[in-house]
Design a binder for this molecule. Structure first.
Ligand SMILES: [Zn+2]
Length: 276
């Protein structure tokens, strides 16, 4: 039985960036081998046209996108539900889900693997912003994100605070797992109306989002060697979870059974005693 893997969230994407950077920076892309162009969107024609011949100048993360910068523009990559990227020797035989290789002048390939094909490989010309990035809120680990922002933006909103926190226009990269965990850590019930959460509790929530994401990125550091290993799937690592996926198990703080529910068609886990 294949075990369902969690969707890569911000810490996995940031770990991917850190894992790939030392192997990609300064390399020139010689050619693209696209075995399967049909990802969430087709592999961009402009990427296939402009990337070969270019040197990789920098790798940046924005929300859950990776931007691989070159002189004429940037490759915009997303891992979707099940995608991963590795740097391998060029003669490593591809498997059935290895859809795209970037052949590099280092004698290696950047290989994109994605069983469910919900990721993407798009192109952003220099000096422009891709429409996918245009409406994004601030990065959760930046100073632009804090409790005051959450409080101001939530006034008058009746949507559940968990949906509000997962809204990419409010703050990017807080997916289902980390929203559940941060709300638990802040003691806020996930179904509470966003507009009914106090300023002080939003300050606590923003701090918990930052703490939990930063800690997860630190843990991801132990997996960096996986980005140059032909086995396994890099960018995924064990999380220390308090509520997510623990329905019926005792709360690690108070012992009450963790409850599961559905908010906005997403599974939600919370402690009925610790979260109000
Ligand atoms: Zn509890």
């Amino acid at each position: 039985m294949l075990q369902a893997r969690p969707v890569p969230e911000l810490p996995e994407v940031e770990t991917t960036r850190r894992g790939l950077a030392p192997h990609l920076l300064g390399c020139r892309v010689i050619a693209l081998d696209v075995r399967q162009p049909r990802l969430r969107w087709p592999v961009a024609r402009a990427l296939r046209t402009h990337l070969p011949g270019q040197r990789i100048e920098a790798i940046e993360r924005r929300a859950k996108y990776l931007l691989v910068h070159t002189q004429p523009g940037s490759a915009l990559l997303h891992l979707g539900m099940s995608g991963s990227l590795r740097v391998l020797p060029a003669d490593t035989a591809p498997g059935p889900h290895d859809h795209v290789d970037w052949r590099l002048d280092s004698g290696q390939v950047l290989r994109y693997t994605d069983p469910r094909r919900f990721g993407c490989q798009l192109w952003q010309p220099r000096g422009t912003m891709h429409p996918l990035l245009a409406a994004l809120g601030p990065e959760p680990l930046s100073e632009a994100f804090d409790g005051d922002l959450l409080w101001h933006r939530s006034r008058g909103r009746r949507a559940a605070v968990k949906l509000f926190l997962m809204d990419q226009a409010i703050v990017v990269g807080v997916g289902n797992i980390y929203a559940s965990e941060a709300l638990f850590a802040a003691g806020i019930h996930p179904a509470r109306a966003a507009g009914a959460v106090s300023r002080a509790r939003y300050v606590r929530l923003a701090d918990e989002v930052k703490r939990i994401l930063a800690h997860a990125i630190t843990r991801g550091g132990t997996t960096l060697r996986d980005f140059i290993s032909p086995d396994g799937v890099p960018g995924y690592f064990e999380q220390e979870l308090f509520v997510y996926g623990r329905a019926g198990e005792p709360c690690r703080v108070c012992g009450a059974p963790i409850r599961a529910g559905v908010i906005g068609q997403r599974s939600t886990f919370y402690c009925p005693r610790c979260q109000r």
